[in-house]
Design a protein around this ligand. Sequence first.
Ligand code: CMP
Length: 225
Amino acid sequence: MDTEVLRNAPLFANLDDDVFARLTAELTEIDLPRGASLFREGDPGDELYFIVSGKIKLGRTATDGRENLLAILGPGEIFGEMALFNPGPRNASATAVSETRLTGLKHARLKEIIHTTPEVSVQLLQALAQRLSRTNESLADLVFSDVPGRVAKALLDLADRFGRPAPDGILVAHELTQEELAQLVGASRETVNKALAEFVQRGWLRLENRAVVILDLQRMRQRSR
Ligand code: CMP
């Protein structure tokens, strides 16, 4: 397995070679096609995952079947670590939104390394703190922002992480359906479609298949506040 990409990830970058070798002696490589489920909320789990390429959506399902997306994660990010520190079933479902390659790492193996290598704990704490900060922000937006504001903010966040320059703006190949985008901002598909149509009509955005081009970054930023 090619461990080069793992070596450069913040979680592993500062490890001595022998510690890195111990940690990566027992990795699994997983390739998921678009739409494939890795695990479901409530499943048992003893592994965390590092995203090598592609995108993963983390979501929860209400008792009436409605879905809410907690996050879209991309290359370099990790997930599936919660049960390591807070033993219990998986807190959310993980599904590939595009063709995705993951590296799986046993919790037990990481636990051993944590005891001898405090830098790994610091990196994990940093990742958890960033996640909490993001979640607090989403929670506040759900209470204080309207749906178009939340849609603008979600698209800007996706642009920050997955955007690429295009001739007329920033291409954001988010890979999400409009239903998934609605689940990410916690609104109905109809309301999200209306917000997108309004942005298009104002000339701030162009819609493509599972992608958008942000044409007017400044206006989108203003609308997201
Ligand atoms: P785990 O509970 O093992 O499996 C589901 C994973 O989803 C969980 O670990 C976290 O890694 C991740 N997760 C849960 N909640 C959030 C969130 N609010 N933001 C980002 N990731 C999350």
